[in-house]
Design a protein around this ligand. Structure first.
Ligand code: PAF
Length: 280
């Protein structure tokens, strides 16, 4: 696996592959890789001849009181995991290669960035949309792969690729879960052992609520009971709602495309998850 630290080096490598007729997949990450990320590399390998992974802890998507400084950084371990997964190129840009002096441009996806994560993390999705746009323009991949755990992020990235005529196919890859159902996330490393022991309840609650709703129970009653259950297990629920998986608008009926979304804190660690209720 090669490593590129500049956009010039990234493009030079990709140009060589393109001239040999290869299709290119891009997997943007912030590092601290786990099996969920490695499944994105596998998805890339199924869709393209060459897979490029980027690791960049994007300061623009962290709020002032968020975990930018303590976000796990483990470059050597990540590089080894990527190499074993069959990644062809690791793009590791320094911050000033992404945001050079005088940087002034912001990508904002209006509407989709308002509910759920957008309400709790002002500015977060501008940071995500900006860096993802830049990575797509730097690498110009045929396909870019993102995890479905960050479902709202995926919806926003699909929108910006359409709106900005970025010709990459945006692909969502299924959530990879721990044995107890907890969605894999780099932030799970923050959980204390006793928090980790209850964290799987988040997924089990979504699963149970989805089957209660499809069984005909009222959405609002089901969600209030599910929220109360999570709170009594020690979670502080930020939101738990049913929404359309494309528009992200809240629903109170289980129509096609209805999906459950949750964000809840265990101590200082905020976890998110989502689960389909009715396929579209
Ligand atoms: O999902 C992530 O890890 C990040 O939000 C992304 C897409 C790499 C942009 O920084």
């Amino acid at each position: 696996m090669d490593t590129a630290r500049t956009v010039v080096a990234l493009r030079a490598k990709i140009r060589t592959w393109r001239s040999a007729g290869d299709r290119i997949a891009l997997v943007p990450t912030m590092g601290a890789l786990h099996a969920g990320h490695l499944s994105l590399i596998e998805a890339g390998k199924r869709r393209a001849h060459r897979v490029v992974a980027s690791i960049f802890v994007n300061p623009k998507q962290f709020g002032a009181n968020e975990d930018l400084d303590r976000y796990p950084r483990q470059e050597a371990r990540d590089a080894e995991l990527l190499r074993q997964a069959g990644c062809d190129l690791l793009f590791l840009p320094p911050a000033d290669a992404v945001y050079p002096a005088g940087y002034a441009t912001n990508v904002s996806v209006a509407g989709l960035d308002r509910p759920m994560e957008g309400a709790s993390r002002p500015g977060h999705f501008d940071g995500v949309a900006t860096v993802v746009t830049k990575l797509l323009l730097m690498a110009f991949p045929d396909v870019a792969i993102f995890g479905e755990k960050d479902w709202q992020q995926l919806a926003i990235i699909r929108r910006l690729a359409i709106d900005l005529n970025i010709p990459a196919e945006i692909v969502g890859a299924p959530i990879i879960r721990e044995a107890d159902g907890l969605a894999m996330s780099s932030r799970n490393a923050y959980l204390q052992p006793q928090q980790r022991a209850v964290a799987g309840a988040l997924f089990r609650t979504l699963q149970a609520a989805a089957s209660t709703i499809t069984g005909g129970a009222a959405v609002t009653d089901t969600l209030s009971a599910a929220r109360a259950g999570l709170e009594s297990a020690g979670f502080r629920v930020d939101y738990l709602l049913l929404a359309d998986e494309q528009t992200l608008q809240p629903l109170n009926q289980p129509v096609p495309g209805a999906r459950l979304f949750v964000a809840a804190k265990l101590g200082a660690t905020r976890l998110i998850d989502n689960f389909p209720v009715i396929p579209r």
